[in-house]
Design a binder for this molecule. Structure first.
Ligand code: ZN
Length: 527
């Protein structure tokens, strides 16, 4: 079912030397008003680390943003982008140190064997003044480093960054540091004449001498390297509670960026794609529902996100997606871990049409409306939204139909938002529908005048009008609105999907019913 062709997402990171795929979600757009500055309040359990500020900051931190600079306490930072991460608990360095020492003890024989194989190298190093070839040293040390990293992250369920990228980065850092560290360590040793003599003539003495030095270098390198990994990896490997950033009462994983963009400052949350989806599915979905429904929803959300990422890359905007209903509701970290299964078991799967991610619309309940008949949609561009089969699976649920009585006064007051001088209405009726049965136009009458209101406007003005498919009946001084469905009637019907699961449908069948003619594809991410 899943296409062999992968869609590869390339990401231009704001600032990172590791190639992780993080989603950048816009949390807030601060418009620098006439006062020329806005304030943003942030905090985290163990303090926050802000780029350009040396020490972690504790308590609730207020960052002032102006058109030219960021001001934090007494520091003025002129950079255009500020990165903010949660600080790690103060004992984490000790813990990493202990891990490295423990690992070295357990792997002592392996490391000795690796470093022992360098006897030729040690001999040349001691006896040949023109010796320059350090490659064998890098390679042997690398074996030990690889092994330690894999051991460190073996408990991390899905590292934000691939094991391969971590090793690659370690290789790079090791190559940069090793030669210098090696020569410094030897220079620091006060080598007595007798020891020097021994090193020159005895292979065993020489090997022992260098192994000891290299083990120290290795321990130091590993401690520094592991301490510099992304916090999410460290926290998981050390089994620490993941540090979150607190903003506006919500907790967020990952990193925050404050980006100055002309007279606005954008607050962007950059986090792992799976963590993002786990959050969205909690807000947009129904946590207690069967797993297959949640899987279908995760795939729809992922598809929606992929489409937005491609769009963002094209337009080169700083963020991929907005956190509100405008795109997908995202409220940060939550503790409903059972939803994780839906994300994990559909990892990287999205829905495509002609090799492109579809616009994966979904609503709560379709009300049995046939989307293909809905007018005003560009079905040439999105043929998979033109479903011709009626969804009958949501019919048995309460949400399928709704009824609401509104008084003349209530209707008048709502309409007054657009018509400030409107007098009390005397009548309201549907005058035009499309062939799907959705209300296109409503005629409103008062003693003074009559005017039309579009179906879309009615839906946005009255929260009690749950969908576009309804009738209006007059009852004395009241009007009865009676309708079907909850939402826009397009794409996946959540309650329908729930009904399907009860009838033994799986998420793949469900998605192919609601998005006919589509295929599944897999993302290949550089994690
Ligand atoms: Zn339905």
């Amino acid at each position: 079912m899943i296409s062999l062709f992968n869609l590869c997402l390339f990401l231009i990171c704001i600032t990172s030397n590791l190639s992780a795929f993080d989603v950048r979600v816009l949390l807030e757009k601060f418009i620098i008003p006439d006062t020329k500055q806005v304030e943003c309040k942030l905090s985290s359990q163990y303090g926050i680390v802000v780029s350009g500020v040396k020490e972690p900051l504790h308590g609730s931190i207020s960052i002032t943003c102006t058109e030219q600079e960021f001001i934090i306490n007494d520091s003025i930072i002129k950079d255009k982008i500020l990165s903010i991460t949660p600080a790690l608990p103060s004992n984490y360095e000790n813990k990493i140190n202990q891990f490295v020492l423990h690992w070295m003890k357990e792997n002592h024989d392996f490391c000795q064997e690796q470093l022992g194989q360098l006897s030729d190298f040690y001999e040349k190093f001691v006896n040949d003044h023109n010796f320059r070839d350090y490659a064998p040293l890098y390679q042997m040390m690398q074996q030990c480093v690889d092994r330690c990293i894999s051991h460190f992250i073996e408990n991390v369920e899905h590292p934000v960054i691939s094991y391969e990228s971590l090793v690659k980065l370690a290789q790079k850092q090791l190559a940069l540091q090793l030669k210098g560290a090696f020569i410094n360590a030897i220079n620091e040793k006060n080598i007595s004449k007798s020891l020097l003599k021994q090193i020159k003539i005895s292979e065993k003495a020489r090997t022992d001498f260098f192994i000891k030095i290299l083990e120290q270098i290795l321990a130091q390198f590993l401690t520094e390297y592991l301490s510099g990994l992304p916090h999410k990896i460290i926290n998981q490997a050390m089994k620490e509670e993941t540090g979150c950033l607190l903003f506006d009462k919500n907790k967020y994983l990952g990193t925050f960026y404050l980006v100055r963009d002309e007279n606005t400052v954008l607050l962007i949350n950059s986090l792992d794609i799976d963590d993002y989806l786990l959050s969205v599915i909690h807000s947009e979905g129904w946590p207690g529902w069967p797993m297959e429904v949640n899987k279908a929803l995760v795939i729809a959300s992922r598809t929606y996100l992929v489409e937005k990422i491609l769009q963002a890359n094209k337009s080169k905007r700083h963020y991929h997606i907005v956190n509100s209903i405008q795109h997908q509701t995202y409220k940060g970290h939550h503790k409903f871990t059972e939803l994780k299964q839906a994300v994990d078991e559909t990892r990287n799967i999205f829905i495509s049409y002609n090799g492109e991610p579809i616009v994966a619309m979904f609503d709560a309940c379709c009300g049995g409306v046939i989307p293909a008949k809905i007018e005003g949609m560009n079905y040439k561009k999105h043929p998979y939204l033109a479903r011709t089969k009626s969804c009958t699976h949501c019919k048995k649920y309460k949400v399928y139909d709704w009824k609401k009585e509104l008084s003349r006064l209530e209707i008048t007051e709502a309409l007054q938002k657009d018509h400030p001088n409107l007098q009390e209405i005397t009548d309201i009726k549907v005058t035009q529908r499309d062939s799907a049965g959705l209300v296109k136009q409503v005629l409103v009458t008062t003693k003074q005048k009559s005017f039309y209101v579009s179906g879309k406007k009615m839906y946005s003005l009255f929260p009690s009008i749950k969908s576009f498919c309804y009738t209006i009946k007059k009852k004395g001084r009241h009007f009865i609105f009676q309708g079907r469905g909850y939402g826009h009637h397009m794409g996946l019907c959540q309650w329908g999907a729930r009904g399907m699961v009860q009838d033994n449908w799986n998420y793949k069948n469900i998605l192919q019913f609601y998005y006919p003619g589509t295929e599944f594809m897999k993302l290949s991410l550089s994690r």
